[in-house]
Design a protein around this ligand. Structure first.
Ligand code: ADP
Ligand code: MG
Ligand code: MG
Length: 897
């Protein structure tokens, strides 16, 4: 018989922390904590295998499930001494979802299940607290109504507001038992009106309804979107945990809270969290009342420090800090903990590795090595490479003028400016059109995920440091200012007002998520100062990594940035960009439009100077590091004059008639330029162009040597080779020019000639191409286009659908198609090495900065990856993780969940 249900409680458990695949993160950690002897209310977890079976069998549960659930409920009853559905002494439970990978806010939990018109009286009598019993019942109807029965939660909230208003109350806690009783009647009427049937009174029906709702929530739109954005496998399924309730809403010696064992924003080694007295469940994150800080230290001088948990509930706080220390030591990572205090007694309801900013991740990892908790290699594996992006980007210029219009909580760091929008859809629309946007909401909810993803920054008027907006923004690495209480958001009219200022949709504001400030207009930024922890961790990463990291750069500015970030050479210098300057483009056009080789040479002679100057500058910045220069690649028509004015400029410079020029332009027109006269075909057909570029490269290398004594080894890269003969012809000319320049300068400088592998034919015929190539650089952008027969510029129209339909697991232009394009790379590497054992192999597409693709490059044994300058640190860390990872197929998932 399959075991579908795993119990925990009373100091023991069937499961353990390493069973998250089967029990979900929440269930596995509840089991682990129970075995550790921590105060966890007893319960059981229905496995993710049930979820999988449920969807595989037309939403039918496995046969043995019902009996196993009954047994497990009976075990809870025995442990706590209450009975499910009992009129006098009812057991109440929560029904909680939990996937193997944490999906914050994606699934809904139902609390206080087991209450009905009869058991509520029993609970009131037993607890001697009718107010508490009716508060629990009204909470239950609202949650169950919303989550399980699909009744709009606004209908309940309206009722609540009505009662509060009629009584002149501000806080929920002001409501009396009678008010709550009246509210329950109102809530039940809402359900009956909406559904045509009364609220379910049978507690087993309630239980199965909630279990079904959790499994159902696995496939909701928002869960599907979240999984896609976070690259989570949909086949995993969710588990369901059913657990005895403990109550934070039984009076002023009760509370509920969330806490981190360290500061998730800065990494500071100090407890961090919020709690609310006389409250339940997600009251803390829902922003209904303003939560209080856990510690005085955290309040940082703010008067709220007087109501810190350590002062108000010293006994429970002492228990809590003991639990913190125990859990950190046990999991060897910063923990994010949910707890409830019932009549001064502490209960732990959840723990998981805490989400954190990149800055905090670095500090926690480095601190934990110093504390002896982790080895440097483990620390390297702890930081998500992509998250470093947050640190590498600019912050507000401290000297810049700014007009601060609002202050909120520093929920997630980053300084960003953009146009204000008021809905997730608007954010997505404008972002797709290329605009930088700031999403402004009263508070965010899981329905806003796509908009948060599209926005550069998020501003909310309500909610604390652990609100939905704050948690999700930190996870996504977006700047976020949360709970800016003075901001009054009018979502319908698309504007907000604060301190007499009205900001309308499309107006520019600047957010500083590190300080929680909101500023009018655009505030200038400065380059980041990288922390000591960054340097320490990167040094550890560099020690273990095998792959070298180069950069794709053609401008001096990019090259300098990359070197500052640790680039070990240039893997791709695209020379075409060097032709687009205003003074060069005319000469370039003359060259293209020239009637014969003589005309081309004259124009090229003028470009040569410029090219040489560019290379000299790059070589000097790279100071002896390897520089791979790709000869001209794009189809010539890209340089052609488009307007009459441009045409006339070329005519004037070249002395040709505008009419003749137009005719030549027509001749060069191609139906399908991507597959036309481009890449090495240009070099074969118009050899003067490459001759000029090669001469510029050698002269520049010679000049730099003469000036500084630095020997650069230019790696001359021929693009779009498909046939060995193409490379052979072009290489012969390169060698000849090298001899010429050597003769002229009296200096023999080293150089390499190689090719890009970007055509499937080149990958297959790599053995003979390698006879002429000292190196291969996989141009994975084009190789992906050519192998998939897919234009990157046109794939946007169906990319989303293709990913949803599971045709593409992920965007193949962002993350390498390992099965297809990856196999071509493996073939090329193997066949190239068979001809030339020491052939240098690298990758220079977009994929060179993608951790998953880098992991694959490690397994193929490439020598280097090359990526854009800001990606260099990301690639260094990803390469280190790839080297450390023992699993050959999957990249290491940093401990984000
Ligand atoms: P989420 O995944 O959204 O965090 P949880 O299942 O953790 O949902 O439930 C949310 C909150 O509900 C918990 O943080 C806790 O405060 C409360 N809760 C859940 N189960 C119980 C329980 N058995 N007793 C008391 N409170 C509970
Ligand atoms: Mg939640
Ligand atoms: Mg939780």
């Amino acid at each position: 018989m399959t075991k579908w249900v795993y119990r925990f409680g009373g100091g023991k458990a069937d499961g353990s922390a390493d069973m998250r695949r089967l029990l979900g993160g929440k269930g596995a950690n509840l089991a682990e904590m129970s075995s550790l002897g921590l105060p966890v209310p007893p319960g059981f977890t229905i496995t993710t295998a049930v979820c999988t079976a449920y969807y595989a069998n037309a939403k039918q549960y496995p046969d043995e499930l019902a009996a196993q659930v009954d047994e497990a409920v009976a075990a809870i009853e025995a442990e706590v001494g209450n009975t499910f559905g009992d009129a006098d002494n009812p057991l109440l439970v929560s029904v909680r979802s939990g996937a193997p990978v944490s999906m914050p806010g994606m699934m809904d939990t139902v609390l206080n299940l087991g209450l009905n018109d009869i058991t509520v009286e029993g609970l009131a009598a037993r607890s001697n607290d009718p107010r508490f019993a009716w508060d629990s019942y009204r909470r239950f109807i609202q949650m169950y109504g919303d989550v399980v029965l699909g009744v709009d939660h606004y209908l309940f909230e309206d009722q609540l507001e009505d009662v509060k208003q009629s009584k002149g109350f501000i806080q929920d806690t002001d409501l009396t038992a009678d008010d709550l009783k009246q509210l329950v009647a109102g809530y039940k009427a809402v359900v009956e009106k909406e559904l045509g049937t009364p609220f379910p009174q049978d507690v087993r029906e309630q239980l199965w309804g909630a279990i079904g709702a959790v499994f159902g929530s696995w496939m909701t739109e928002r869960a599907v979107t979240y999984r896609r954005l976070h690259d989570i496998d949909a086949r995993m399924g969710t588990a369901v945990t059913v657990q005895a309730m403990v109550f934070g809403n039984m009076g002023t010696d009760c509370a509920t809270g969330v806490a981190f064992t360290r500061n998730p924003s800065t990494g500071e080694h100090a407890y961090y969290g919020e709690y609310l007295i006389n409250a339940q469940g997600e009251d803390v994150v829902a922003g209904i009342r303003t939560p209080q800080p856990l510690t005085v230290h955290m309040a940082n001088g703010d008067p709220s420090g007087e109501r810190a948990m350590e002062l108000v509930m010293p006994k429970a706080f002492a228990e809590l800090s003991a639990v913190f220390d125990k859990l950190e030591l046990h999991y060897r990572d910063m923990q994010d903990i949910e707890f409830t205090v019932q009549q001064d007694k502490l209960y732990i309801l959840q723990t998981r590795n805490g989400k954190r900013t990149a800055r905090a991740a670095l500090k926690v990892a480095v601190d934990m090595v110093e504390e002896g908790l982790l080895s440097p290699e483990e620390a390297v594996l702890r930081v998500d490479p992509i998250s470093l992006d947050q640190l590498l980007h600019p912050s507000l210029d401290p000297d810049a003028e700014r007009k601060v219009i609002a202050k909120g909580l520093p929920a997630s760091p980053g300084a960003v400016s953009g146009a204000v929008v008021f809905s997730a859809d608007d954010a997505q629309k404008r972002a797709q059109a290329g605009e930088a946007v700031i999403l402004v909401r009263t508070e965010t909810s899981p329905e806003d995920i796509h908009g948060m993803h599209a926005a550069l920054g998020i501003l909310t008027a309500r909610g604390g440091m652990t609100s939905h907006a704050a948690v999700v923004a930190r996870g996504m690495g977006k700047a976020c200012v949360a709970g800016a209480g003075d901001v009054s958001v009018d979502e319908a009219r698309k504007r907000f007002t604060v301190a007499g200022v009205t900001v309308k949709e499309g107006d520019i504001v600047t957010l500083d998520g590190g300080t929680g400030t909101v500023m009018e207009g655009r505030v200038p930024t400065v380059e980041p100062e990288l922390s000591g922890e960054f340097g320490t961790l990167m040094a550890w990463a560099d020690k273990v990594r095998r792959l070298k990291v180069r950069t794709n750069a053609e401008t001096p500015e990019d090259a300098r940035t990359a070197v500052r970030f640790g680039a070990e050479g240039i893997g791709l210098c695209r020379t075409e960009h060097m032709f687009f300057d205003e003074d060069r483009i005319v000469a370039m056009r003359e060259m293209i439009l020239a009637a014969d080789a003589e005309g081309r040479k004259a124009a090229l002679a003028r470009i040569l100077e410029h090219q040489r100057g560019d290379f000299v500058e790059l070589f000097e910045i790279m100071a002896g590091l390897p520089v791979t220069i790709r000869l001209l690649d794009p189809p010539l028509h890209e340089f052609l004059p488009h307007t009459t004015k441009e045409l006339e400029a070329v005519a004037a410079a070249s002395g040709l008639s505008a009419k003749a020029l137009k005719r030549r332009a027509m001749e060069l027109h191609e139906v399908n330029p991507m597959l036309g006269m481009r890449g090495c075909r240009l070099g074969v057909v118009f050899p003067e162009v490459y001759d000029m570029q090669v001469r510029a490269i050698f002269e520049a290398a010679s000049e730099v040597f003469a000036r500084s004594g630095a020997t650069v080894t230019p790696e001359i890269m021929v693009p779009l080779v498909g046939f060995a003969r193409e490379l052979e012809m072009i290489k012969a000319r390169i060698d000849a020019i090298h001899s010429e320049v050597a003769k002229e300068t009296g200096r023999e400088l080293p150089y390499l000639v190689g090719t890009m592998i970007e055509l499937p034919r080149a990958a297959l015929r790599a053995a003979e191409i390698a006879e002429h190539a000292a190196f291969f650089s996989f141009g994975t952008n084009d190789l992906t286009q050519m192998a998939l027969g897919l234009s990157r510029d046109d794939s946007g129209k169906f990319m989303d659908l293709y990913q949803r339909a599971n045709i593409f697991e992920r965007d193949p232009f962002a993350s390498l198609d390992i099965e297809g394009v990856g196999e071509l790379m493996s073939i090329a590497a193997e066949r190239g090495r068979a001809t030339r054992g020491d052939i240098k192999l690298g990758v220079c597409g977009e994929h060179g900065g993608d951790p998953r693709s880098i992991h694959f490059c490690e397994t193929v044994g490439l020598e280097y990856v090359s990526c854009s300058p800001y990606r260099v640190p990301i690639a260094r860390l990803a390469a280190a993780q790839a080297a450390l990872s023992t699993d050959s197929s999957e990249p290491t998932r940093a401990a984000a969940e």
